[in-house]
Structures are given as C-alpha cells and as structure tokens.
Design a protein around this ligand. Structure first.
Ligand SMILES: Nc1ncnc2c1ncn2[C@@H]1O[C@H](COP(=O)(O)OP(=O)(O)OP(=O)(O)O)[C@@H](O)[C@H]1O
Ligand SMILES: [Mg+2]
Length: 250
C-alpha cells in the first residue's frame, strides 16, 4: 500500500532520512523505532507531505505522492496524529471529530451532517461519555484518543501514529494497544507507528523498522528485531533498548 524508495531528507548538514526503503501492507501494524533524533518523525513528515523529500520516491497504492500537498495526501487516505498532541483545545471531543469528517475523504458534508456522524467515531474509540467535554478538559490519554478518532473520521486506509502510548499509565497503555488492534482488525486500517514504549511495540507489531542516524538499520518481526546484532549495538544499550530485550524474553 505505502512504499518508500531511497527516501532522503537533508536539513543543512544533517541527513535526517538517508536512503530509506520501506513498505506498509494492508491491515498491518508496522512500528518505526529508534533513538531520539533518529529521523522517525521526519519520515512521517515526508510521507504526509509536510516537508518535500530531498530525493527518492513515495508511492501510495502505486501512485506517486512525493510532491503532493498534505491535504491531497490526506484525501487519498493517509491520516496522521502528532507527537505533540494538539487537538483543538477549545472545541469539544465531538467537534474535533467533526473536523475530521468535514475535511477528510467525505469532505463536502456540512456541519449538521458531521454532527450526526461524529458520535459513531467516538464510540469506536470508547469515548462516548466524553463527547461534550472540551479537549482542554480531557486527560492526556483522552486527548490522544480524540486525535485518533479525528484521524479515523477522515476515512483513511493508513494512519501515521506518532507516539500514541508514551506518557500513558499501564492501564491506559493496555487499553490503547487493544484499540490499535481493533483499528487494524475490525476497521481494516493499517498503522505506521512511532513508539518508544517497547513492551507495546513487541506486543502488537506485525513488523518493526529500526532507524538510527537517519538510516534504516534493521527490519523484521518483533523477535527478529530483539535478536538483531546491529539493533542491539546501536539501540539496545539504551533504556528503551533494554525494554526490547525484556519484552522479547517475557
Ligand atoms: N524542521 C527541521 N529542521 C531542521 N532539522 C530538523 C527538522 N526536523 C528534524 N530535524 C533534525 O532531523 C533529525 C531527526 O529528527 P526527528 O524529529 O525526525 O527525530 P525522531 O526520531 O522523531 O526523534 P524523537 O524520538 O526525539 O521524536 C534531528 O537531528 C533533528 O534535529
Ligand atoms: Mg519524533
């Protein structure tokens, strides 16, 4: 579904993305991991059209999307959430989801219709009882979930999820991973997912792509990644790296 070919992004002297090949299939959860500054968010910014690539190609359903504007890429079916959670704080959860409906693939629907359709998406993510709360009144985990509901409301076939679990407590994290599995299994939406919480990554990813200094250093199933020597050398010496090993062994 999504394919990147030799994708490069240069910021001055830094190659934030250095010749990266990747692909995401239908109904797949693919985690994108790596140390801080490895280039994970940058890759999402390239896929979503936020920044132009320096070189290389990105294709979605065999159509080249490199060079397209973010709103056009979104209308083709790629939605995203942000590392720094930023729903519309003065708007209610319901109104946030209405934005997704009015500006997503089904755009052209009016406010009244969006208001009728929005509750279904909050129900999907288990937030029916928070519908009329302003985003600023919600907990961190709830805000992240509203952003996800907004993303789902745009009717994507792929969501780029930038750190969904980080910052949640263990109960919320368990709930969130179940929600992600539901999105893949029941809604049929693929997830390309940046995450530092390795227990969650090891638990629900179909595949894992590992970046370090802008380069892809490994790719494979959770157990292949936990035993990959270059990943261990580059990454598993760190705190979140030790979590990978612990999670793989448990
Ligand atoms: N807009 C930008 N302008 C200049 N440099 C940038 C820009 N965005 C990212 N970078 C640089 O690119 C590199 C990769 O950053 P990026 O944010 O993609 O890392 P990351 O893997 O998402 O890290 P983290 O886990 O901390 O979120 C870093 O060196 C960063 O400083
Ligand atoms: Mg990031």
């Amino acid at each position: 579904m999504l394919r990147g070919q030799q994708v490069c992004k240069r910021f001055g002297g830094i190659m934030a993305s250095n010749n990266i090949d990747f692909q995401i299939g239908r109904k797949e959860i693919v985690a994108l991991i790596g140390p801080n500054g490895a280039g994970k968010t940058t890759l999402f910014n390239l896929v979503s059209g936020m920044f132009p690539v320096t070189s290389g190609k990105i294709l979605f359903n065999d159509q080249e999307i490199t060079g397209l504007k973010p709103h056009n890429i979104q209308r083709m079916g790629i939605s995203r959430t942000f590392q720094l959670v930023r729903p519309f704080m003065e708007m209610t959860a319901l109104e946030n989801v209405m934005v997704g409906l009015m500006f997503g693939r089904a755009r052209g629907i009016g406010v009244a219709e969006a208001r009728l359709k929005a509750p279904k998406f909050l129900e999907m993510v288990g937030m029916s009882d928070r519908m009329d709360k302003k985003a600023k009144e919600l907990t961190f985990a709830e805000r992240k979930t509203v952003e996800l509901a907004l993303a789902i409301a745009t009717e994507p076939s792929l969501i780029l999820l930038d750190e969904f679990i980080a910052g949640m407590n263990p109960t919320e994290a368990l709930w969130a991973t179940n929600l992600m599995k539901m999105i893949r299994d029941d809604l049929g939406i693929s997830l390309f997912w940046v995450e530092h919480v390795m227990t969650a990554v090891m638990d629900i990813s179909d595949r894992i792509v590992v970046l370090n200094y802008g380069q892809k250093i490994a790719e494979g199933t959770p157990s292949e990644i936990a035993h990959n020597q270059s990943v261990i050398d580059a990454y598993l010496g760190t705190e979140s790296g030790r979590e990978v090993v612990d999670a793989a062994q448990s």
